[in-house]
Design a protein around this ligand. Sequence first.
Ligand code: GDP
Length: 345
Amino acid sequence: MSISLRGKAPKITLLAGGVGGAKMAEGLLHSRYGDNLTIIGNVADDQDFHGLWVSPDIDTLTYTLADQIDREKGWGLKDESNRTLDALNRLGVDTWMYLGDQDFATHIYRTEQRKLGVRPTDITSHIARQLGVETPILLPTDDVIQTRVRTTEGWMDFQSYFVKHRCEPLIKDFSIVGIKLAKPTPEALVAIADADLIVFAPSNPIVSIGAILAVPGIREAVTKSQAYKLAVSPLINGQTVKGPADKMMTAAGYSCDLFGIADCYEGLIDGLLVDQQDRSAVPGLAGRGLDVLATDTLMHSRANKIRVAETLMHLYESRQRQNETGQQEFEVHQRNSSQPLSQAV
Ligand code: GDP
């Protein structure tokens, strides 16, 4: 079976945050569709720690695709040690942000290169290439943008909220410092314009995907792109697999369900891959004009990730066929994970 009716592998651009984004990236990369994959990652979680510029979401993507990730945590490098943090601790430094010894090298290199004036996009590519990652990992902007969260305990940077305070304080508001003046990178704009398929990873729609889309010019580029656009829901049965996306959606005024996800991406997406536990929402979402498929979206193993990626591509191919033959191929998709793809429509 050819990958696409047009006879060429579709160019896929993935908008991705950290852990959820990296799972989707790994699935797509190791699927039949991995050769034409480009990733645009989130930089609004970046922050200075101990004088070093740390870029958690970009590093999670890079380490995952390099197969160097700590599989248990979903972030950080495998076989890590923490002697540097212990030594900092001895000096009386507050070390709530976990940074492993090998991971420090990435941050030292990034900081040094930034000080030399090297573009953050080029630094990211260099680190990825050195780790053996061939998939382009692009930045939405080379400028510094940083998410801040207003909580019941006042304004705090994102990592303080996320790591130090374990997402406990109630969120009242968000802002992204530096966003108004940020410029999109030409590489990201080209990847969006040239894509056949844009995938919104099952990442936090507010602070991961939302922060990528907030870079002036990026949302407009996604809207204008002729690509088919699909999101994978980060919510399963109204809950996040990990992290505060549910609390953040509620704070931002969205309902914490599939309709809230569709609202976050209103006017941007053509379809949505939802978890089979949420299949009761499928007719309602289809009624909003979305192509919808329900499947098991929980990704633990690489095999799971590939299966989710291939199910997503099934939705893409069905739409391609429907566009090219003019024949109504599907209205509402429902599939459970044990069913072969051929029975999905
Ligand atoms: P972060 O920056 O590390 O928080 O990561 P992301 O923004 O990329 O992803 C966070 C979101 O990923 C959370 O809302 C999770 O619910 C979602 N997520 C993580 N693992 C999975 C998974 O296996 N399946 C689905 N559907 N969502 C997931």
